[in-house]
Design a protein around this ligand. Structure first.
Ligand code: PAN
Ligand code: ZN
Length: 187
C-alpha cells in the first residue's frame, strides 16, 4: 500500500496566487512610504491608502537553514514619472542571499552592493534572479500590469531597511523617448 501523500502548497505560475497554504499577508500603501519617491508633491497628491504592493508569505517554520517562500504583487503605477517600487532592503544578515522568479508582468530588479554600485536585471515571466550575499534588492514595475515575483530566502536573513533610508543609487522613471519605456537616473 502506498504511504499517504501530502498535497503541498500550490502557486499558479501565471498569477502568483497561492492555494493550499497558510499565508501571512503584508500590504504596503503610499502612506507607509513618506520621503520615498523623488516627487514629494506628486506623492502628497495621491490617495495615501493606495496599495503599492502586497506580499504573501507561506507561514512555515523558521530557524537556521529554514527557507521562506513568498510572492510580491507590485501594482502598476507612477508617482510623478517614477514607477512604483518596493521599499528595498539589505538582509540583516548580509551574507544571506535570495532567489527571485518573475511570474507575471514586466519590470526590473535593482541590485546594489555595499559600496553603492547599482545594476538592473529585467524581470519577466520565467526570469530567475540570483541575489548574491551583501546585495540590496528592490523590484520596480515598469509595465502597466501587476508585476508578481516569487522569492525564496533564508528565514534567518532578516530585513534591514534603515541602511537604505537615504535611497538607492538609481531611480527608474518613465522615459520621454519613444524608443524606450523607462530610463534610469543616478540619485
Ligand atoms: C521579498 C521582499 C518583498 C517586499 O520578499 O521582502 O518583495 O519588499 P520589501 O521587503 O523591500 O518591502 C524579499 O526580498 N525578502 O527577503
Ligand atoms: Zn530580501
Amino acid at each position: 500500500m502506498n504511504p499517504d501523500v501530502i498535497l503541498p502548497p500550490q502557486v499558479a505560475w501565471a498569477s502568483g496566487v497561492f492555494a493550499n497554504a497558510p499565508l501571512i499577508r503584508k500590504t504596503t500603501r503610499l502612506a507607509d512610504l513618506p520621503d520615498f519617491f523623488s516627487d514629494n508633491n506628486a506623492w502628497r497628491g495621491c490617495d495615501p491608502q493606495q496599495r503599492l504592493y502586497d506580499v504573501e508569505t507561506i507561514d512555515s517554520p523558521s530557524g537556521e537553514g529554514a527557507l521562506y517562500v513568498g510572492v510580491t504583487h507590485l501594482y502598476a503605477g507612477k508617482i510623478g514619472d517614477e514607477f512604483f517600487m518596493t521599499r528595498g532592503h539589505f538582509h540583516q544578515r548580509r551574507e544571506q542571499g535570495e532567489v527571485y522568479f518573475g511570474l507575471c508582468g514586466r519590470g526590473l530588479l535593482l541590485l546594489q552592493t555595499a559600496s553603492g554600485e547599482a545594476r538592473l536585471e529585467r524581470v519577466k515571466p520565467g526570469s530567475v534572479h540570483i541575489i548574491p550575499s551583501f546585495t540590496a534588492h528592490r523590484l520596480i514595475n515598469t509595465g502597466d500590469e501587476t508585476l508578481s515575483a516569487l522569492a525564496v530566502w533564508p528565514s534567518v536573513a532578516g530585513h534591514d531597511y534603515a541602511a537604505l533610508a537615504g535611497g538607492f543609487a538609481l531611480r527608474v522613471f518613465a522615459s520621454d523617448h519613444h524608443l524606450q519605456e523607462w530610463e534610469a537616473r543616478n540619485d
